[in-house]
Design a protein around this ligand. Structure first.
Ligand SMILES: NC(=O)c1ccc[n+]([C@@H]2O[C@H](COP(=O)([O-])OP(=O)(O)OC[C@H]3O[C@@H](n4cnc5c(N)ncnc54)[C@H](O)[C@@H]3O)[C@@H](O)[C@H]2O)c1
Ligand SMILES: N[C@@H](CCO)C(=O)O
Ligand code: NA
Length: 434
């Protein structure tokens, strides 16, 4: 059979990795796909120096590739929302299948893109967009198709996890570790996407859609990054038997779907608490299967290429099949997507870690306890063991039982108004994952 022709748009970290894996494993890939997969043309401005592109034609104009009639599949690895959207829509219009690693594109424009793809009978595959090399899309969309999914919780930004790990284990400075993550090719073009939780929210939006069968709703995701975390809280969390991880949580409740990304205390013995460096891990809980865990490299050249190439093999295997019988883009049939609401963060419910800077007066603890109990917030434990005592102020650390964010906001406002409390109360959500 003739080789399938691929147009590779972008030859940076992921594009370069994809090109190299396609070359290195060409025979294995052809044995799996049933046909050879050939990169017929590349569009890129910057060329990954780790790539030997040989005779493969290279242009700077992505539309030259997208409009090349020889090409069957477009691989979009340039990133961003605007040009990527235009080129993917043009590829679909031209009847080409698309493979992308671009979670920003899918989370924000996915509903439009999938609708157009379904009209045209082409596939848009996006495994590399979530958790890099981990085949999490495939696992949820296909492997868990018999379940009602209850929740998904994951460490889904490699850069952020790398930063938190290096800070905790080696005491390195935030900016220094971020710079290294950029040099290693882990970070987004704009690294605030990584450290402010936007990238994780893009990925969580995608996971929630395929887990619960809801349209992509990135604008409803609650997003909090890791930039405000202090080493003090990391130490106190350790002392309490927890680790702080940057987590994405999508949970089905009776009221709707919780969709939130934020730093989270996780009991130190939990598997997710021990996922370090650039590694990602996603836990998925289904009513039939129970909890399952998927672990692997969340970013990087070859690991991400692994997912891009797997998508290419998938597309080659099914491109001649009847579009009606393919795995739906968002796991559920497009006509069967549900309108289950995504909850505002005020309506989400978690346990909390609170750090209150109390003046060293014995009355403060009683006042704090009263404020919490008046709002039905139960205290799980209190720590005041003065890891650090400065200027007569003693940090009071509390763990609470589960409560809605709205009630906690109200309690924190009251706590901050207390005479014996200084500055702002630090709050970090706590997740038990069971
Ligand atoms: N780096 C990772 O580990 C990783 C992992 C998973 C997903 N992703 C996603 O993969 C995509 C690519 O990321 P990357 O890290 O490889 O980026 P990169 O910056 O290393 O590479 C981008 C490539 O696109 C090309 N490009 C950009 N704008 C262009 C334009 N206007 N015309 C022609 N070429 C253009 C660049 O020249 C370069 O070759 C992004 O969507 C990113 O979110 C990255
Ligand atoms: N910047 C992303 C790349 C992988 O999607 C991360 O660090 O996880
Ligand atoms: Na993946």
């Amino acid at each position: 059979m003739k080789p399938v022709k691929v147009g590779l748009c972008g030859l940076g970290t992921v594009g370069g990795g994809t090109f190299n894996v396609l070359m290195r494993n060409a025979q294995e890939i052809a044995r799996r796909a049933g046909r050879a997969i050939e990169v017929a043309q590349i569009a890129a401005r910057a060329i990954n120096p780790q790539c030997q592109t040989g005779n493969t034609p290279i242009t700077e104009d992505v539309f030259e590739v997208v409009n090349n009639p020889e090409i069957d599949i477009i691989v979009e690895l340039i990133g961003g929302y605007t040009l990527a959207r235009e080129l993917v829509l043009k590829a679909i219009e031209n009847g080409k299948h698309v493979v992308t690693a671009n979670k920003a594109l899918i989370a924000v424009h996915g509903n439009e893109i999938f609708t157009k793809a379904e009209e045209k009978g082409v596939i848009v595959a996006f495994e590399a967009s979530v958790a890099g090399g981990i085949p999490i899309i495939k696992a949820i969309r296909e492997g868990l198709a018999g379940n009602q999914i209850n929740w998904v919780a994951g460490i889904i930004n490699g850069t952020g996890n790398f930063i938190l790990t290096e800070m905790r284990e080696k005491g390195r400075a935030f900016a220094d570790v971020l710079k290294e993550a950029q040099e290693l090719g882990y970070a987004e073009a704009d690294p605030t996407f990584d450290v402010e939780g936007i990238d994780a929210a893009h990925k969580l939006t995608i996971l929630a859609s395929i887990a619960f069968g809801i349209p992509l709703q990135f604008d409803k995701a609650y997003t909090e990054g890791i930039t405000k975390l202090t080493s003090e809280d990391v130490l106190y969390a350790d002392a309490l038997g927890y680790r702080i991880k940057h987590l994405g949580v999508a949970k089905r409740t009776e009221q709707g779907i919780e969709l939130r990304v934020h730093p989270t205390l996780i009991p130190a013995e939990e598997l997710l608490a021990n996922v370090n460096g650039v590694m990602n891990a996603v836990m998925v809980n289904g009513d039939a299967v129970g909890s399952t865990l998927y672990y692997g490299a969340g970013a990087g050249m070859d690991a991400t290429a692994s997912a891009v190439v797997a998508d290419l093999v998938d597309v080659v295997r099914v491109m001649t099949s009847d579009p009606e019988n393919r795995v739906p883009h968002l796991a559920f049939q497009p006509s069967a997507l549900s309108n289950m609401p995504v909850l505002a963060i005020a309506d989400c419910e978690t346990a909390y870690y609170l750090r209150i800077q109390a003046k060293d007066s014995p009355g403060v603890l009683a006042q704090v306890a009263t404020i919490l109990s008046e709002r039905g917030i139960n205290i799980e434990s209190i720590m005041q063991k003065e890891l650090e005592e400065m200027d007569g102020k003693v940090p009071m650390i509390l763990l609470t039982h589960k409560v809605t964010e709205a009630k906690m906001n109200d309690a924190i406002t009251a706590l901050e108004a207390l005479e014996g409390v200084e500055g702002q109360v630090v709050r970090i959500r706590v997740e038990q994952l069971n």
